[in-house]
Design a protein around this ligand. Structure first.
Ligand code: NAD
Ligand code: TYD
Length: 352
């Protein structure tokens, strides 16, 4: 069946993997990638598919209701996969208002435009909201996991804004019967992640012999999932998820930050032919993040039992692929760290 699907945030880290998967796997779908190209948006992430016939890039802001209404009317989307967001916890601590605008107002703007376009005829329509496990707050006991029934208890401006957007999506389902699905995923890692997040930042710093800033004692725990596995899960949920439901996505892969950093140092020493222990010397303990969540861990039983999804890669495989990618794509890293990637839109798209 042919569909016209709007993917928001498709120039970002996870969105670029979702856009690639959908454009390549579903030639009969028309994929529209809407992205504002903030600092986190990088069209170089999806260079390989930008010439495909079933792909269109739209530069725009999800918080701009007039523009959003216009594109919904013009392109008549059947489905929305909503990833656009401000996504970095540290930035949410210094600038919460931007998170409130993009994550809450932006999501509501998309919900309103979908409602206006689809009116009450929701047949074969779907609004898929991509969210995070951080909405559940912080775990303090080893035997606890986030399930779909866990109460929301967000602790940072980032997670509070995502929690709010999740509530709006469920409210539109409950009130207007809009067909929605949601997923809440654990920490992602992989190719094309902006080097402000732990894994790409540390890979880049090790490359450049720069300090590795470990927050607090490095005892915080995260559950890491390879980004391509997240994109696969989004595909499965978009096509088979039950309307109105939520699916937790995770890697069954918990690491304290410090153990993960030691592993990364070891891998990097090997790949860079440096004596073992070289990278570890770069570890620098710094002041802890304000309100730093102790532990996230997902119980992904529902998506496994109901939709048959499981992670395809072991962590050591995924981390190896990721490190190799950053070492082989130093041009990408340098374009990002120098800011040159922000000229790509002007060079390739503007005036065309
Ligand atoms: P990212 O920061 O890499 O990308 C976000 C994208 O959204 C960028 O391309 C940016 O330009 C775009 N964007 C930001 N504001 C916009 C606006 N107002 N209008 C249009 N586009 C805008 O984020 P990511 O890590 O790829 O995360 C994508 C989604 O997945 C987010 O909703 C995030 O909450 C969620 N998520 C992320 C993780 C993770 O580990 N990164 C885990 C679970 C869920
Ligand atoms: P991050 O990649 O920012 O993801 P999130 O905060 O969404 O989990 O951080 C992952 C973990 O690594 C988190 O516990 C904070 C920690 N961290 C550091 O210790 N140093 C850093 O420089 C960064 C960016 C993160």
């Amino acid at each position: 069946m042919s569909k016209r699907i709007l993917i928001t945030g498709g120039a970002g880290f996870i969105g670029s993997h979702v856009v690639r998967l959908f454009v390549n796997k579903y030639p009969n779908y028309t994929i529209f990638n809407l992205d504002k190209l903030t600092y986190a948006g990088n069209l170089e992430n999806i260079k390989d598919i930008e010439q495909k016939e079933n792909y269109t890039f739209l530069k725009g802001d999800i918080t701009d209701p007039i523009y959003i209404q216009e594109i919904f009317q013009k392109y008549q989307f059947d489905g929305v996969i909503h990833l656009a967001a401000e996504s970095h916890v540290d930035r949410s601590i210094t600038n919460p208002m931007e998170f409130i605008m993009t994550n809450i107002v932006g999501t509501a703007t998309l919900l309103n435009a979908s409602k206006a376009l689809w009116k009450d005829n929701f047949k074969d329509k779907l609004f898929y909201h991509v969210s995070t496990d951080e909405v559940y707050g912080s775990l303090h006991n080893d035997n606890e996991f986030f399930t779909e029934q866990t109460h929301y208890d967000p602790q940072s401006p980032y997670s509070a804004s995502k929690a709010s957007s999740d509530h709006f999506v469920r409210a539109y389902h409950n009130t207007y019967k809009m067909p929605v699905v949601l997923s809440n995923c654990s920490n992602n890692y992989g190719q094309n992640q902006f080097p402000e997040k732990l894994i790409p930042l540390f890979i880049n710093n090790i490359r450049n012999n720069k300090p590795l800033p470990v927050y607090g004692k490095g005892e915080n725990i995260r559950d890491w999932l390879y980004v391509v596995d997240h994109a696969r899960a989004i595909d499965v949920i978009f096509h088979q998820g039950k309307l109105g439901e939520t699916y937790n996505i995770g890697g069954h892969n918990e690491w304290t930050n410090i153990d993960l950093i030691h592993l990364l140092c070891k891998i990097m020493d090997k790949k860079l032919n440096r004596p073992e222990g070289t990278s570890q010397k770069l570890i620098t303990y710094v002041q802890d993040r304000a309100g730093h969540d102790l532990r996230y861990a997902i119980d992904a039983t529902k998506i496994k039992n109901k939709l048959g999804w499981e992670p395809s890669l072991q962590f050591d495989e995924g981390l190896n692929i990721t490190v190799d990618w950053y070492l082989e794509n130093t041009e990408w890293l340098e374009s990002v760290t120098s800011g040159n990637y922000q000229n790509y839109y002007e060079q390739q798209y503007a005036n065309k």
